[in-house]
Write a protein that binds this ligand. Sequence first.
Ligand code: SF4
Ligand code: SF4
Length: 107
Amino acid sequence: MVKAACIMDWEDLCNRCGCCCYEKIELGEDVILFGEPCPHLDIDSRLCGIYPERTRINPNCIKVTEENIGRLYWLPFHCGYRRYYERKKQKKTGNGNESASENLRIL
Ligand code: SF4
Ligand code: SF4
C-alpha cells in the first residue's frame, strides 16, 4: 500500500539543530542552559556520529518517541518534535497555553 504523501515520517520532524545533544542544567523551574555538547555530536554538521546506535553506545541518550515526547519538557520550543506535540495538545484541548520550554535560554 502506498503511504499518503502528507504523512510525515517521525524522524523528519527533527530539524537537526543538535540542541538536545548539549548538557542541560536546570535553574529554577523552567530555565535550562546548554553547556558542553555530547562527544558524539559533530559541532559543524550538528549531526550525531552514532545515530543508528546512539542509545546503545550512549546510555544517556534519550530517543524521542510519540510515547515520551510529553515528558521531555527540556526540548527547546523550536524542536520539531516539541512543536508537533504542542500542536497536537492544542488541538486536543483547544488551549493555547505557552509551553515551559519557551523560557529556554541558550547561552
Ligand atoms: S532539539 Fe529537537 S529538532 Fe533539534 S536535534 Fe534535538 S530532536 Fe532534533
Ligand atoms: S548520542 Fe545522543 S546526545 Fe549524543 S550526539 Fe548522538 S543523539 Fe545527541
